[in-house]
Write a protein that binds this ligand. Structure first.
Ligand code: SF4
Length: 319
């Protein structure tokens, strides 16, 4: 029997955990289980073996341990049509991923697989087993930041993997994960989003979340909301509208701003929704529902209800 971790929101939405949810997850979020953690040492990640965080945490979300029984898979399939499967590096993790993909896909869920660089032939194998979206944890917005936070593969290897992923899964089916606020220059962030678009990929943005027990906890704080709003609007303009960032960005000192005429202030919700695979909304993954900094919104309804608050935060990054 394969053991995995499943986000507590996923369990609650499937009726397997009784907690009240402010917003239901759009996907079943599943993570590979490892009691010692991931063999990589990413400095922001509670799953890294080098962190002293409890291993039932990823970002600020709890991930209880679950066995992939037939009953459990049936309960997931009743509620969800897609699963997001997050891998960790451990002995035999590829073999185990094959088995998890077989079980989850066999239960009728589409599978988005988020994994560290693999050979292209393995990507084809996963595609044939039911995976149709690939997540790539590039995480850093520049090569220097990648080295600083100790990503397990070289910058070049991640980009080779992104291009291989697009050739196997198709344009728009590779989602490059970028953590905003790890110390990158805004230009690096803009260039990396552009490079992802030009490779045929999309991006998913995460606000850096300091988690107790990780090396970055107490060293670096979460990004300010203004910078995060800038990143969200820039990602929309670069990827969804195909623009060159030099056309819409101006700098006030080192602060990047967006030229006002590029932004639709009547529909600000479109900039702040979670980007990612179809249905992905990661409710409150990097923010508390009661917190003052709402980086990402899980649903259009949630964002529309806070339209005025979002509009005020968007106004602050306009030139
Ligand atoms: S490779 Fe992924 S799971 Fe492993 S430590 Fe790095 S971010 Fe965490």
């Amino acid at each position: 029997m394969v053991r995995v971790r499943v986000s507590v929101g996923t369990l609650a939405a499937a009726g397997l955990e009784s907690i009240r949810l402010s917003a239901e997850p759009g996907l079943a979020y599943i993570m590979q289980y490892s009691d010692v953690g991931c063999l990589a040492s990413c400095a922001f990640c509670p799953q890294a073996r080098t962190s002293r965080s409890p291993k039932n945490l990823l970002s600020r979300v709890l991930w209880p341990e679950v066995t992939l029984t037939a009953e459990f898979l049936t309960a997931l399939a009743r509620r969800f049509s897609r699963a997001c499967l997050q891998s960790v590096i451990k002995e035999g993790f590829i073999e185990e991923l094959r088995e998890i993909v077989r079980l989850v896909s066999g239960a009728g869920l589409k599978v988005s697989l988020s994994v560290t660089p693999l050979p292209r032939n393995l990507l084809k194998e996963f595609r044939n087993a039911g995976v149709d979206y690939l997540g790539v944890g590039l995480d850093a917005a520049s090569e220097d930041v990648a080295k600083l936070v100790r990503k397990p593969y070289s910058w070049g290897r991640y980009w080779e993997f992104i291009r291989d992923g697009v050739s196997v899964f198709g344009r728009g089916h590779v989602i490059v994960h970028i953590i905003v606020g790890l110390g990158e220059a805004p230009e690096d962030l803009l260039n990396t989003i552009t490079e992802a678009r030009d490779a045929g990929a999309d991006v998913s943005l995460f606000a850096f979340t300091p988690v107790r027990g990780t090396p970055l906890y107490g060293v670096r704080g979460p990004p300010n909301l203004r910078y995060y709003r800038f990143a969200q609007i820039a990602a929309h303009l670069i990827i969804d509208e195909g623009l060159n960032w030099r056309d819409f960005t101006v700098f006030r000192g080192r602060d990047p701003l967006i030229r006002r005429d590029y932004v639709d202030l009547n529909n600000v919700w479109r900039y702040v929704l979670v980007r990612g695979c179809p249905g992905c909304n990661r409710p409150f993954y990097t923010e508390s529902p009661a917190g003052e900094r709402m980086y990402n919104y899980p649903t259009p309804e949630f964002a529309t209800a806070e339209a005025e608050r979002i509009r005020v935060s968007v106004e602050q990054v306009l030139a």
